[in-house]
Design a protein around this ligand. Sequence first.
Ligand SMILES: *Cc1c(COP(=O)(O)O)cnc(C)c1O
Length: 400
Amino acid sequence: MADSSFSIDRAGLIRALDLMASDALSSPAPLPARLEERGMGEVAALDLLAPLVMDGAARLDLPHAFAHMDPPTPWISWAATLWNARLNQNLLHPASAPFARAAERQAVSWLAPYFGMEGGHMTPGSTLANLTALWAARQRTGARRIITSEAAHISIPKVANILGLIHESVPADGAQRLDAAKLTGDPSDAILVLTAGTTSAGAIDPLALCGRAAWTHVDAAWAGPLVFSARHRARLSEIEKADSIAVSAHKWLFQPKESAFVFFRDEKTAHDAISFGGAYLATPNVGVLGSHGAVAIPLLATLLAWGREGLAERIDRCMENAAKLARAIATDPKWRLFAEPETGVVLFRPATGDCDAAAARLPPGLASTTRIAGESWLRCVAANPNVAIDRVLEAVARAL
Ligand SMILES: *Cc1c(COP(=O)(O)O)cnc(C)c1O
């Protein structure tokens, strides 16, 4: 008897779509405490999971969703992700994934030039893009230490630990940028990591420092996609002088997780430094990952659908919403603005009184909180191009 679990079941897939679209799912039932002996069948499994999955997730496309670096995703990326799950291509093997491999090369060759980079490859996030880049940096330069600002992402000390490198941090200035004046000593034997869009404040380190160390890596996980915006790309000028760059596609390229890039100025020497051949592999395995999937395909679909202009228009809208919020806060004496937002991240706190109490009076999903130099701040991140900015401004005005 044919096993229909592995073929296209239109009714089952349409059921999945209907459950996804429903705004009146049944109340969630508990999952079995242990693996059941007999399965319940596909549709019953979807019906059981739908309320847990759908109602148990923050909705990133809600009008108030303004708190995190996680964007809503366009429906075309859902469709292409479904194709990927069905085909289950493995980019390790050219014979089984000819187009999937070409798709990743295509995505890299479309995007790398905007950063002044020659090439690179995809990783499941910028944590792994940072690891990959700094691994190549260590192999190419023999450097033993990584220098960052104190505001660098947590992934950098993690990478230093994995790679057996020393992590040295330089103080940040009042706007959370690496304070170049405090970069004492000669960095020419070190790896310098600059951040474009720090996690707490969205600050951009002085990219003019690119080239001062044995290797400069720019962690542009968040703000990298500003290069696609004619209005905002100047904020990242000189990024092209880096040796490597990390960019998360599952942040400001609106992709489902797990999707990111590591770009290299000199792709061949970087990839050669982190390549291993295995007897059963037709081509050398480049980078950290073994088996990996075709995350480039949902991205290509999105980029084909939108073009550079469509992408830039959405990023520009995010930036405009952040600027509107910052302006409203700066002109409201009840609030204090941390700094003009550089990359769509707005930090603010009550002029007097407690940040947490103010946070509790904002609708859920509107703001997160962060701490800088011992002080709490509310944080909005413009990852949702469709945030209802007027409603956000009203909610902020009402909260104090
Ligand atoms: C999000 C982020 C990372 C980590 O990227 P993931 O894609 O979450 O692994 C690294 N650095 C910065 C600056 C980030 O914003």
